[in-house]
Design a protein around this ligand. Sequence first.
Ligand code: ZN
Length: 878
Amino acid sequence: MPARPETPTAPVRLADYTPPAWRVSDVALEFDLGIDSSEVTAHLTLHGDSDVPLRLDGEGLELLSIAVDGAPLHADRWRQSDVSLEVDGMRDGSVLTTRVRLQPAANTALEGLYLSGSRETGFLLTQCEAEGFRHITFFPDRPDVLARYTVTLRADKARFPVLLAGGNPDGAGELAEGRHWARFVDPHPKPSYLFALVAGRLEKIEHDYVTAEGRAVKLVIWSEANAIDSCHYAMDALVRSMRWDEQAYGRNYDLDVFHVVATHDFNMGAMENKGLNIFNAKYLLADPDTTTDDEYKAVEAVVAHEYFHNWSGNRVTCRDWFQLSLKEGLTVFREQQFSADMNSPPLKRIEDVALLRRAQFPEDAGPLAHPVRPAEYREINNFYTATVYEKGAELVRMLAGRLGSEGFRRGMDRYFAENDGRAATLEDFLGALGAANGIDLMPYLAWYGQSGTPRLRARGRYEAEAHRYTLTLSQHTPPSASQPDKHPVPIPVKLALFDRDGAMLPLHLDGRTHGVETVVVLDTAERSFTFEQIPQAPVPSLLRGFSAPVLIECDYAPAELALLLTHDPDGFNRWEAGQQLAARAFDDCRSGNSQALDAWTGALAQLFGKPDLDAALLADLLTPPGEIELAERQEAVDPSQIHALRQTMQRRLGQAIGAVALEQRYRELAASGPLALDAAGKAGRRLQRRVLELLALIAADAAHALAIGQFRSARGMTDRLTALAVLVRHGADGATDALAEFRQRHADNPLAMDKWFAVQAQIPGEPALARVQALEQDPAFTLKNPNRARALLGTFASSNPSGFHRADGAGYRLLAERLAMLDALNPQIAARLATAFNGWQRLEPVRREAARQALTDLADRPGLSRNLSEIVASVLSR
Ligand code: ZN
């Protein structure tokens, strides 16, 4: 296979979009599959202007033959480069046939056609989004070329008994020499990134589903034999997702079959290929002995996400990759609604906002910041980011909030109707939502084109005599290198006002009465809102439900936040008040004050005693913002200091509650009986974990004894891993034995072993590096498997700030070394892990210099992939 092509590094620009000169109406693909060598014949029915040469994408393809309308094409009619094939004089309606050879087993990038697992027992599969199809055959590999696919697979029947492709089955049969074939036809035109095939030895579970419209659909989930018993939860989640999309959005499934396949070798979470979803096993397999509660939720969410793409992404796809959030932000939002319906709306909102702050806010504040709709990119795979996904979902949520649930449904119906079978843009989306409601939503486009998290400042002024409360809101987005001038965006602020007893006040604004909650929209740099008939100086509860993805600055007194924390009836906002108070408590710890710290610990100690509070919500209330989020509050970031301060404030919280109360609650929660996987069971374990963690900070011996007991008698992975994590992070006496036991028990389960690596990569502080280096020598470690590489190196670099950010720079050097090695195998994973360097400019000077050195050394290495070099260059810029 030719070496990785030296692809041009000129950026692709949104402003340069032009429609394709040639389109493809029909594709007939034939695969002769083998592990070392596979051959692909493609017949493309082409439409375009003969005066314009046909240009097809193709990379790493060994061209065996080329013909037009059945006749071999003379050599002077075509040219092949590293990345393309050009043909002159094509006629409208002609059929171009190419035959190419691929080497699946040699494909370590996991893009295009590749082998999952071993040569002996593994299976073949494809991954095409975003630009993998060009590694399979010559094609206009861009999402605005929609074609009908007919796919014929041929392979040795003993080695590849199962043959799958997207679309409906259209025949199968035997061939000579122990080979067989199967054909699939997809009636829905689709872009090439949604093509998929799978071939190998796989087991299945099935379910017969009938859509609301009456279509009988065979649902099939496939995995390797040893995991097939772990697919039932995913099937259940799939059925619930399908029903939910019918009810919430009127969207029905549109093929006779829906296949889902699990693989342990996958770069991302999962992929929505039409009729043939492919999942990272981490997001499909679930069983109580090896899957934690949080992972169960993730399986449910990702199954739903991929299924929902069938409409938001597949039936309506993207015109170009700049519109990626059109499908991803929208689909994340739809998944968030589904998960909220299936579980608890406030808890889901807490999780989503926590993720946004942990992953997206730092991205938006650093050198990797980009708009939800970027203006340019070099490597599109680097733009599957928290900004495109999570901030994108927040923007859809704002629009939905603006229209109300009925208006949003009306708008979505119109969006689907107008754009079905089309490759659409964000303008199409906002246009349809607005037109269905007689509202101009185009001002919201500003959000899509501008990077950075807006800062919302709120100031209140109470006029006692006039019984008038004036709230002045202003906004400011800090400039960034590519956007020195930021503009105001429309910010919907959902709010309520509380009196000093914690009761909500009726709102009289602009001569109208609004109940106790209303939404005001700040669409200029500054605006004031005056509330009448307010009997006393109120405590404002702002941005309720996190009504816009902004950073809020409001000069609350600690007692005011404590009032909201204890009284706000909305679970999300109660948590939010607690988070703001905790951040202030953190500042106190640093400066030696205690006002906010006392208010925070006092309010939580009081809530801890309340019997009626939901256990999961209490667990979240007892959790301060993470170290990454707290780092955003420091000028010269010292991650080991942040870790120590956060431990201190949690210790103070533990002391305020008291060891006796904690231990007593722990024993109540550590109930016996069979494992309950319902919401109450999960909530109890979540609180039990938090209580044990707090206890470990104030009564280590007692907590470690409890943890060892919990580990030994664990009824499932949540209990086992929680106990193991407490022991390992504290370097407790039982930690080594527990790790050995865990390993022995789960040696054959890759997903459980990933957790074994990850838990050790999270040891705080100094000792982490040596442990990571030792684990790299473990026979079970390999850089070739993305999940394993992420479990050890990704966890260390991205989830263990005090371990990774050593003052001596050894963490940075280790990561840089591994990125270079990884880059030669799998550039997408290397680039993804490199984002751990984001934020290095804000480190204190010693670490900053060490990080800069490691990064520049890495950037200077010859032959880096476009993926990794783009990230390293961006991170170093500014
Ligand atoms: Zn998606």
